[in-house]
Structure formats: C-alpha cells, structure tokens
Design a protein around this ligand. Structure first.
Ligand code: FMN
Ligand code: SF4
Ligand code: FES
Length: 604
C-alpha cells in the first residue's frame, strides 16, 4: 500500500464509527504526546469498529484512525497488516471463514473446501456479497467441521458455527442469515463433583441472579472479608498451577506482582485460546461468564490492581458478547466499579478482542497487542510481574486457571487438594475431539489415565483400533497406544517427555492419514511465526517445505536424510528462538515420526 493513500479522507460511515469510539474530532489538531500514549491502545478496537461497519479497512479509514490516535501511518499499517482477520483490500461484507485445521480436517473439511472452491471459486474470490476464506482452528473442534460467519454493516453479525456442510455454507454465501450460534458438546451436565463445569449447561449464563443463586459472588465477598494476605496464602497452599501451557504456580505469580513496588498493577486474562484443538476457555466464557469476572475481580483486589483486561480472541463472538453483558450486569449491582460491595475497593474490567494471531496468546505479545503494537513477543526477563502491560507489574492468567480461584477462596486449599495429585491438585479440562464417539469438553481430576478419559468419551469412534493421540495441541506431542496407561498430571507427562499443554486430546483411529495433519501443523507454524527471530522465521518455512516433500513422498535424498534435517531444524528452533512458538514448532511433527512412524513405509 502506498502510505500516502492514508491521507485520503474516510467515508462518512467510516468516520462515524471511528468518532463513535474515540469521540468527535475537535480540540487541538495534534493529540499531545502524553495523551497519545494513553490512546494508542484503542488502535485495535478502532480497526475492529471500521471492519465491522464496512467489511474492510480502507486507506482512508486507516489514515483517519492513525491521525486520531497520533500513530505514525507506517506503524498503523504495520499493526493492521499483522492480524489475519483484518482485511486491507476491499472485499464484500459477508465473509465465511472455513476451518481447515487438524480436527476439522479429520471431519471432512478438505471435501468441504473442494466443493466450495468448485461452486464459489478459490478462497478469497468474491461471489455477489460474499467471499469464503480458509482459517486455522476456530476453537469449535468438538463440532468439526466449523466456520466463522461475519457480516459487516450497520448491524454487524458474527457467528461461530459447527457441523458445517456444503449446503449450509452455500446458503450463507448466497446471503441467508446464519441462525443461532452452535451449542457446545457437553456430556457431564449436572454430574456431581464438578468444579469448573458445575454450572455449565445448567445455569442461565446471561442471568446474574441465576449465578448468585448457585453460590456466585460468595467467594468475592469472602475474599474482601479475609483480605489479600489470607487469599494469597490459600492460593499458595492450593498448589494451583497455570492452565495456559507453561504450568507456572499461580500463587507465586500473584505474590510477586502484589509485591512489585511500581504502580499501577494490572490483571490480564489470556482468553486468546488459539492452540489448534483447544476450546475449553470458549465454553467457560460462553456458558459461565460471571465466574470469570468474579475470579478476575478477586485477582484484582488481591494483587492491588484497579484495572483488568480480558483479551478474547476475535473468533469467539459469543464469548465476547456474553462477557460484555455480564460486566454490565455486575457493574449495575456494585460488584465491579469504584467501590465494590461498599468496601472502598475498586476494580474495573475492559474487554479487548484479538484479530486472528496465534502468537498474541504468548503473554508479552498479548501486552503489545493490547497496547496497539504488532503482537510480537518481548524478551524475558523482565517478567510480566515486574514489567508487564504498559511497563507495569501485571498478572496474566489463563481463563481456566482463573475459574479455579473462586472455589479455592470459598472452600479453602485443603478442600481443593482433595482431588488430583500432590503435584497436580484439582481438576483439569480436557478438549476431546477427533475420532471418538462423544467429542466434547470433559472435567476430570488430574491423575485420570488417558485410557480412562477416552472411555469417558465413548472410546474410539465405531470401535476402530486407536492409532494415537495428539496431546496438548499443535505445540504438543503425539503419543501411541502405550500411553493409554499414562496418568494425566503435570509430573507424569513431564516424566514421559510429553505435555498436557492446553488440554487438547485429539484422537486418531487407524484410518487417519497422519502426514496431511503434519503438513497442516507445519503450515500453521509458518503462518503464525511473528517473524521477529531468524531460527523461527526461517526454520518454520524450511520445516514446512520438508514436511510437504515427505507428504508427497518426494524426499530430497532419502527419508533418513530428511529426518536428520527435521531433527536439526527442531533443535535450532528449540535452542535459539525467543519464545515458545519457535521452541515447540517441531514437537508434534518429530513425535509423530517417533511414536506413530509417520512418513515411514505403510504409514496410513
Ligand atoms: C505461542 C504461544 C501461544 C500461547 N497461547 C496461549 C493462549 O492462547 N492462552 C493462554 O492462556 N496461554 C497461552 N500461552 C501461554 C502464555 O504465554 C502464559 O504462559 C499464560 O497465559 C499464563 O497463564 P497461566 O499461568 O494461567 O497458565 C501461549 C504461549 C505461547 C508461547
Ligand atoms: S520464536 Fe517465532 S513467534 Fe516467537 S518471537 Fe521468534 S519469530 Fe516470533
Ligand atoms: S475448529 Fe477446526 S480444528 Fe478446531
């Protein structure tokens, strides 16, 4: 794009939505530097507003946003072009994003994409008022194949849709309305002993009264009575460990942030959930939004933060809507705001939406994204508890981690520890998808074996033999049948050299061809690398080329030589990448070679 084009004026509709968000343009022509810094964090919300109104971000709209926020146009363009869901070229108002990632691939996404290509042309091709696009995992894996429908206009519509068929997709492409969002696959509704899913599927997620009738907000009241040191002690003693992938003790994190002398402190909920195969946070936010808000409020008052951000991936429109509604409700009841429950303690919450970038789930990339920069990870140390969002001490936690907190505060650490193991206390959410009888979200105590979990999900579909399981998502590891006896805990999986990651359990029967899944995983990492450091930027490209050659059975040299190269690439990325994306980009592929004999003779 010629950046001078950004000097063209916005259309009336574009100007109106930007002014509605930022206030009318007036006052001094140039925003003073200090307030400009305070405003740049509105860059993503402004770009979202424009795209929701007109379907894409025109040079005129981008230029106007940059002027209003005092962001240099080149930087504004760099940010807008970083995110996959922002369109910088004109496109029709309706976009259908069709998932072609691992779980959907196993459920027929390739056929769906071929038939859409036949009828409507290649991805991105305009048909009337619509265009379809390929998408990485949309977090609807238990309902695969999935799609995300967006329609721009005065009343924009966004829907996550499961069980997508060609007929349904074609109707959407032809201008029909999408209907209601899909319901999650839940198989434990009303089961006794649930902690994280106890209300899910049973209690109206839009009603604060229903939430309170089920014990909601008892924990916050208690936390305010007990005071931060007691809450912190319970959290420490509970042994709660983060569920976002890095398995860091939550109590330690909160304590370090609370102690940090710099002010203000922030609390950030990482709801970016973009790890292929993961959908647990979506279900929690859609079905029990008040629990997350209560947990974040407890976090805020405990670590001395007055403002928290919920960073929700853009592919989760229903979660954002439900959370926004819940925030309005609790604010009206004095459970959020300047004086919570009349105790003289204040805490506020804002929702921010990502825009289609897996890397923004990495905590420091997430801060950059929230601040209105490209979502590129920062070097650590310093760690977020000292220098985090806006350079201030910040607690960042995953949705599932936070939803454990009200139980711990209300029932105490000893009760919490009654489930799970000493080193992995509590319960865990497992996102079960692929070739199982009952895909869905399961809550089970840590220590359940992989085999027992699969039995809960009805076993392998159609009683076919199991080939293997992908544990932990695209950044995780494949395991074979021998792992059925593996207890699912942090300590056992670590010992076995595998990972629970974000709780993904993708089941492969004997008929699944593994090589195309590996090719998709390799493409995912190539697409999602932020490109900031060479080992990852180049390594993920070389890895994808290599996996493509092996998938086509066209090795350079012979298979053994290619596998040596694959291992070397993996080692370099592990050793020399700045962040976890590069460090894990080869894990699933290398484990599939080792555990499932991928690419070998006779591999399915
Ligand atoms: C590439 C990458 C993507 C990540 N994506 C997520 C994510 O979507 N959600 C999440 O909670 N953590 C994600 N993480 C982990 C976060 O950096 C961070 O460890 C986590 O949010 C901390 O919360 P916890 O202590 O509650 O687990 C990701 C890490 C990396 C390296
Ligand atoms: S490892 Fe990859 S994703 Fe992470 S900072 Fe480097 S280039 Fe970016
Ligand atoms: S929604 Fe398609 S793989 Fe997750």
């Amino acid at each position: 794009m010629d950046l001078r084009a950004l000097e063209t004026p916005p259309s009336d509709a574009e100007r109106a939505v930007i002014d509605a968000l930022l206030g009318d343009e007036g006052g001094p022509a140039t925003v003073p530097i200090a307030s400009a810094r305070r405003k740049r964090h509105l860059l993503l919300p402004a770009l979202h507003a424009v795209q929701a109104r007109v379907g894409w971000i025109s040079p005129g709209a981008l230029g106007y946003v940059c002027r209003r926020l005092d962001v240099p146009p080149a930087e504004g363009f760099g940010v807008a072009s970083f995110y996959a869901l922002f369109a910088l070229a004109e496109r029709p108002p309706v976009a259908l994003h069709v998932c072609d990632d691992i779980a959907c691939k196993m459920a027929g996404a390739d056929d769906l994409i071929h038939s859409l290509t036949r009828e409507f042309g290649q991805a991105g091709h305009t048909t009337g008022e619509s265009a379809w696009h390929r998408s990485p995992c949309l977090g609807l894996c238990e309902q695969a194949p999935a799609a995300l429908y967006t329609s721009a206009g005065e009343r924009p519509v966004e829907r996550g849709l499961g069980a997508m068929t060609h007929e349904r997709a074609a109707r959407l492409m032809q201008g029909n309305a999408p209907g209601e969002p899909s319901s999650p696959a839940l198989h434990q509704v009303g089961e006794p002993g649930l902690r994280l899913l106890s209300r899910v599927g049973r209690v109206d997620p839009t009603s604060i009264d229903a939430y309170r009738a089920e014990g909601g907000y008892r924990a916050l009241r208690l936390a305010l009575e007990l005071g931060p040191p007691r809450v912190m002690r319970e959290l420490m003693e509970s042994g709660l460990v983060g569920r976002g992938g890095a398995a860091f003790p939550t109590g330690k994190k909160w304590e370090a942030a609370a102690r940090a002398p710099a002010r203000p402190h922030y609390v950030v909920c990482n709801a970016d959930e973009s790890e292929p195969g993961t959908f647990k946070d979506r279900v929690l936010m859609e079905q029990d939004p008040f629990a997350l808000i209560e947990a974040m409020t407890i976090a805020g008052v405990t670590v001395g933060a007055e403002l928290g951000y919920l960073y929700v991936r853009a592919e989760y429109p229903l979660a954002s809507q439900r959370l926004a509604h819940a925030i309005r409700e609790v604010r009206a009841r004095g459970l959020l705001g300047p004086d919570i429950l009349g105790r003289g303690v204040g805490f506020e919450l804002e929702i921010r939406r990502g825009a289609g970038a897996y890397i923004c789930g990495e905590e420091t990339a997430l801060f950059n994204s929230l601040e209105g920069f490209r979502g590129e990870p920062r070097s650590k140390p310093p760690f977020p508890v000292e220098v985090g969002l806006f350079g201030k001490p910040t607690v960042v936690n995953n949705v599932e981690t936070l939803v454990n907190v009200p139980f711990i505060v209300e029932h105490g650490a000893a009760e919490y520890r009654k489930l799970g193991t000493a080193a992995s206390p509590g319960t865990r959410l497992f996102c079960v998808s692929g070739r199982v009888e009952r895909p869905g979200l399961y809550e089970l105590p840590f220590g359940v074996t992989l085999g027992a979990l699969l039995e809960r999900a009805g076993g392998v579909k159609g009683g076919r033999p199991l080939q293997g399981v992908l544990l932990g998502g695209a950044a995780g590891t494949f395991v074979g049948k021998a792992a059925l006896a593996l207890p699912l805990t942090f300590e056992d999986t670590r010992r076995a050299g595998v990972t629970l990651g974000s709780g993904v359990v993708l089941v492969l029967d004997d008929q699944v061809a593994v090589a195309p899944l590996l090719a998709r995983i390799a493409r995912f990492f190539r697409d999602e690398s932020c490109g900031q450091c060479v080992p990852c930027r180049v390594g993920t490209v070389r890895q994808e080329e290599l996996v493509t050659r092996l998938t086509r059975k066209q090795p350079r040299g012979n298979l053994d030589q290619e596998l040596v190269l694959l291992a070397e690439l993996g080692q370099v990325m592990r050793d020399a990448s700045i962040c976890g994306l590069g460090q894990t980009a080869s894990a699933a592929i290398e484990s599939a070679v080792k555990e499932l004999g991928a690419f070998g003779k006779g591999a399915p």
